[in-house]
Write a protein that binds this ligand. Sequence first.
Ligand code: XMP
Ligand code: MG
Length: 181
Amino acid sequence: MSALVTLFDKTFEPFLPESLIQEKIKELAEEINKDYAGKKPLFIAILNGSFMFAADLFKAINIEAEICFIKLASYKGAKSTGNVITAIGLDNDINNRHVIILEDIIDTGKTLSQFLPQLEHQQPSSLKIAVLLHKPDATIHPVHIDYCCFSIPNRFVLGYGLDYDGFGRNLKEIYQLKESE
Ligand code: XMP
Ligand code: MG
């Protein structure tokens, strides 16, 4: 695993190695392959943070499935702003579809708890949530998570699609903010 990463004023230390991330995603994909065989699910990946997770997961999906990408929230700095912005709309008709939301991380839960009712309104056949990371200790707005790769401590994380002020998304591993920061 690589050494420390410094971005702007913050230092991050290695947290989840690439091999473990890939292993967990494959396990999750296998579960979804079983649960959704014949259901032609529609994955809705939430940009920007989930793009790597969505790509690696979708490569391991071997049943008939669709994927689309939407953008909801802007996340600035090391604390959730709570601002939910719909920048890229959902073009697919989700009525009577089996929908699986792909999100990079559930922190306070605010983003998804605001967005889910909009989707439920369109009456999908089913609506489930798959997340790469969940911070249970940070959750204020409870969201039912159906598939989760990692439950993690309430510390800011970076890499594998997740950013600090726009940077760090290209790291293959996940880093966390150094204890002393
Ligand atoms: P909420 O609080 O609404 O947050 O569940 C969800 C969104 O906030 C971003 N987020 C993070 N991004 N490191 C990041 O790079 C983090 O530790 C972190 N925590 C929350 C993320 O975009 C997520 O979709
Ligand atoms: Mg996100």
